[in-house]
Design a protein around this ligand. Structure first.
Ligand SMILES: [Zn+2]
Length: 294
């Protein structure tokens, strides 16, 4: 799918190496590159004396060692996860065992894609603040990619840690029912009011001019929604397989299986909005979708 252009802070991403991002921020990227994770999962270390680690990543021993080494000489107080997908949280328990730091995150019912090893000492709530003499880090609930997703705003540097809500170089996947397109777009709107100056994603480079990136993502999803509506005009009622080639006539056929999930999430959003309706079938493929009032 088409990537959005964004201005980047291009500091090399090298698994295992500690990258200096800003006075309060360092990044250690895990060695788990893939189509879904881009160059690998970014763990961010916030602070210089008393630290927070955001998204410790997969439990790969060399990665855990690299994070522990980066924390040497300081006190790791909080281990925070944006969500509990397996490329984000499994290293949390290992870091906590080694340091005694508090585990912070929101847990969710297992939909088959959750890291069930993660146990929070503190369950997150929207607006929670983690503060010390050096920094204030504020939690912002951003459901959409998955229901227990949080972003974090570092007030001193106006940097927003976006987890998998906004990624650089790869498209965010919204897989119903734990993912929700209506909530995803609502969460993007919610982030605009922060007026952040940098976006620090869990995958890819730090992005500049956040609000233009965010607006670009909203526009991109709404343009696809407009194509869903146009497909109904052209085809009338239809199931996922009938609507798919009309809505995604501009993508590489290789990505159609992923596009089909995205189409489903768009249809569910239109249902939430009261604009589309479905006749239930024995499987998702057999559901017949139509426009309300058509
Ligand atoms: Zn994720």
């Amino acid at each position: 799918m088409a990537q959005l252009e964004s201005k980047l802070l291009e500091i090399d991403i090298e698994p295992g190496a500690v990258s200096e991002i800003s006075p309060l921020l360092r990044r250690v990227t895990a060695p788990n590159p893939s189509v879904m994770t881009g160059p690998g999962t970014n763990a961010y270390i916030v602070g210089r004396q008393e630290l927070a680690v955001i998204d410790p990543g997969p439990s790969i021993s060399s990665h855990v060692s690299a994070m522990l080494e980066a924390c040497e000489g300081a006190q790791l107080r909080w281990i925070i996860v944006t969500h509990t997908h397996p490329d984000h949280s499994p290293a949390a328990m290992l870091l906590a065992e080694a340091t005694g730091a508090e585990l912070v995150g929101a847990t969710i019912e297992n939909d088959g894609h959750q890291d069930t090893s993660f146990k929070a000492d503190k369950e997150l709530n929207d607006g929670d603040v983690f503060a010390n003499d050096e920094f204030r880090l504020r939690a912002v609930h951003t459901p959409g990619h998955v229901g227990n997703h949080y972003c974090f705003f570092l007030e001193e540097e106006k940097t927003l840690f976006t987890g998998d809500h906004i990624m650089q170089g790869t498209t965010v996947v919204v897989i119903p029912p734990s993912g929700d397109m209506a909530e995803y777009l609502h969460s993007l709107e919610k982030l605009k009011v922060l007026h952040a100056e940098k976006l620090a994603p869990a995958h890819g480079h730090v992005m500049l001019e956040p609000n233009s990136v965010i607006q670009g993502l909203i526009d991109h999803r709404l343009a696809r929604e407009a194509k869903v509506l146009a497909a109904f005009e052209q085809h009338g009622s239809g199931n996922l397989d009938q609507l798919l080639p009309l809505v995604y006539d501009d993508v590489d056929p290789k990505v159609l299986p992923v596009a089909k999930i995205a189409l489903w999430s768009h249809l569910l959003k239109l249902e939430t909005d009261g604009r589309a309706t479905k006749q239930v079938g024995d499987s998702i493929e057999q559901e017949i979708w139509s426009l309300v009032g058509a």
